[in-house]
Design a protein around this ligand. Structure first.
Ligand code: NAP
Length: 339
């Protein structure tokens, strides 16, 4: 049922893969970037054959300019754009405001253009935080904002909450659902890396000398994009109001290091072998932002199940080990990490 769809954030890791799959399935794609002047040439290089089936519009999450044009003629929206920086800002509003206002703006203009299907890229950040002691999560769980989680986690939770409330109050006929990925790995297009892929880069390029005792859930970017595409194409009643956590499995960093050594030994020379003592992380946390970020994750299982998404949308995840290997090999193929 290919039609015309707006994908926000066409310059991004996930946005790019969503566009890739939609074009391959015959959709006509509009996409927003912050500056078409700066980004259109890069997008045209990536999809040289798309010509009339890809249109690029300038639109910032914080301004109305360009949004009406970008939505014109679209049946559906995949709202992917949201700030996802590596560094934690001092002020949570630096992330919360663009995430919240951008989501409401995307919804308002979508409704104005008669869009009937809206898929929001939310996050496991909106599911799995602020519940001390809980180790397993699924689509029924919500991050507890009262626990004052870090700014990015707040931004994704607030954005998904306001989206659901807005649709209920203002656009009951619009079919809305979210895709909630965990850390996204997989092949990269170029050196403009998403924060999640930076984790893998740091693991193999020697920037992490010791392995902290922490783990993350992993999913492949091709599966995250597939979940978006299937959510856009499925019967309305299958996806209406759904949350689709996208997660293959939970992995400790030490398991990831071992997997890289096993599956890509040619690229594992700088992968750390020794564990960083928890005490060292705690000691360094007041002085190093990176240690502060991981301090509360030490030894903590935070396992978000993506089973519901496989069952409802009907696909099987790429195994996390494969995804990790493909990430490393693609970083090497693009010259981003060296042997
Ligand atoms: P990314 O590569 O950094 O992409 C983020 C996109 O958002 C970029 O296109 C960026 O545009 C755009 N953006 C940021 N601030 C904007 C603003 N003020 N106005 C307009 N566009 C803006 O990151 P990603 O991994 O693809 O993330 C995409 C989405 O997935 C985000 O909503 C993120 O929260 C969510 N997500 C990601 C992961 C993950 O592990 N990667 C996991 C869960 C959820 P520029 O290129 O101009 O900066």
């Amino acid at each position: 049922m290919a039609g015309k769809v707006l994908v926000t954030g066409g310059t991004g890791y996930i946005g790019g893969e969503v566009i890739d799959q939609l074009l391959a399935r015959g959709w006509t794609v509009h996409t927003t970037v912050r500056s078409a002047q700066k980004s259109e040439a890069r997008l045209r290089t990536r999809w040289p054959g798309a010509s009339e089936r890809l249109k690029v519009f300038s639109a910032d999450l914080l301004s109305d300019d360009g949004w009406a044009e970008a939505n014109t003629g679209c049946d559906a929206v995949a709202h992917v754009a949201s700030p996802f920086p590596l560094a934690v800002p001092k002020n949570a509003d630096d992330l919360v405001v663009p995430a919240r206002e951008g989501t409401l703006r995307a919804l308002r203009f979508a409704k104005g253009a008669g869009v009937t299907r809206f898929v929001q890229t939310s996050s496991a950040a909106a599911i799995a935080y602020g519940h001390p002691g809980q180790t397993h999560f699924d689509q029924s769980d919500w991050t507890n904002l009262a626990a004052n989680p870090p700014p990015y986690i707040q931004s994704k939770t607030v954005a998904e909450r306001v989206a659901r409330d807005w649709v209920k109050d203002n656009a009951a006929d619009m079919v809305f659902c979210s895709v909630n990925p965990v850390a996204v790995f997989g092949p990269v297009y170029d050196g403009d890396l998403s924060t999640s892929v930076e984790i893998v880069k740091k693991l193999v390029d020697g920037s992490i000398p010791l392995l902290p005792n922490m783990g993350i859930c992993v999913v492949d970017v091709r599966d995250v994009a597939k979940a978006h595409v299937l959510a856009l194409e499925a019967e309305a009643d299958t996806v209406r109001d759904e949350r689709f956590p996208a997660s293959e499995s939970f992995m400790w960093l030490s398991d990831m290091a071992n997997l890289v050594r096993e599956r890509a030994p040619d690229l594992a020379r700088k992968v750390p072998t020794r564990r960083m003592p928890d005490m060292l992380v705690r000691l360094l946390a007041p002085f190093m932002a990176e240690m502060k970020q991981i301090k509360d994750e030490l030894g903590h299982v935070r396992d978000v199940s993506g089973k519901h998404t496989e069952q409802v949308l009907g696909f099987t995840y790429i195994p996390a080990a494969q995804s990790l290997e493909d990430t490393v090999r693609s970083l090497a193929a693009k010259g981003i990490v060296k042997q």
